[in-house]
Design a binder for this molecule. Structure first.
Ligand SMILES: Nc1ncnc2c1ncn2[C@@H]1O[C@H](COP(=O)(O)OP(=O)(O)OP(=O)(O)O)[C@@H](O)[C@H]1O
Ligand SMILES: Nc1nc2c(ncn2[C@@H]2O[C@H](COP(=O)(O)O)[C@@H](O)[C@H]2O)c(=O)[nH]1
Length: 206
């Protein structure tokens, strides 16, 4: 079971749209307020990625078995690899009293929407497919075939992201400072106001 805690925040968007970059800034600025939900994946670690920090790197057999045991809130296959959010990953953050932040793709978002997590849903939009491709190539983490798969998926994700009602906010990441500032504003409007309301309500109940 996932513990009750502050409303989680989900960041979704095409590969290369800037989710991790925005998240890194948020976690650096507010380490006591937000905690990252460390996903499981069957893809290989990139240079500099640490097991248990960026991902729990695992195998298809181990992950499939854990999914069968009911240990995951959501899971999906993306670009040929499995990804998923374990109940433990979300519990670990929520038990620390911090807001849990998930960086997941759209199939995972659809599954999370069906749970009682009730997250705030942010879609990070790239300025264009051409710019997305430039950024992914500059990041230099994907082989050509994997990069093309990610760009193909990106086209579908952008359509889903733009559909009214699928996300609470769409943040255009054409400029990192502007995009980060929009993310911060959205969070403070939607989380801090709710926290104040809840505190006021509990004071009134005393
Ligand atoms: N506004 C921006 N302008 C230029 N480059 C950017 C901007 N935002 C992010 N980048 C760069 O684009 C690349 C992709 O960003 P990032 O890795 O954060 O994307 P992502 O959405 O987390 O991708 P993935 O889903 O594959 O993990 C990185 O090299 C990052 O430095
Ligand atoms: N459904 C899920 N998607 C996830 C999860 N963790 C990451 N992701 C998404 O996968 C792609 C690719 O990530 P990369 O690190 O290989 O570039 C990206 O869209 C992530 O948001 C997860 O637990 N569940």
């Amino acid at each position: 079971m996932v513990q009750k805690g502050p409303r989680p925040l989900v960041l979704c968007g095409p590969s290369g749209s800037g989710k991790s970059t925005l998240l890194k800034r948020l976690l650096k600025e507010f380490p006591d307020k937000f905690g990252f939900s460390v996903s499981h994946t069957t893809r290989n670690p990139r240079p500099g990625e640490k097991d248990g920090v960026h991902y729990h790197f695992t195998t298809k057999d181990e992950m499939s078995a854990a999914i069968t045991r009911g240990e995951f809130i959501e899971n999906a296959t993306f670009s040929g690899n499995m990804y998923g959010t374990s109940k433990q990953a979300v519990n670990d953050v929520q038990c620390s009293g911090r807001i849990c932040v998930l960086d997941i793709e759209i199939e995972g978002v659809k599954q999370v929407k069906k749970t009682d997590l009730n997250p705030l849903l942010v879609f990070v939009m790239p300025p264009s497919i051409e710019e997305l491709e430039r950024r992914l190539r500059a990041r230099n983490t994907e082989e050509e075939e994997a990069l093309k798969k990610r760009l193909d998926t990106a086209r579908k994700e952008i359509l889903y992201g733009q559909e009214p009602g699928n996300f609470h906010i769409i943040i255009l990441n054409d400029n990192l400072d502007k995009a980060y500032s929009e993310l911060r504003d959205f969070i403070s409007q939607n989380m801090e106001e709710k926290e104040r309301d809840a505190e006021a309500e509990s004071e009134a109940d005393k």
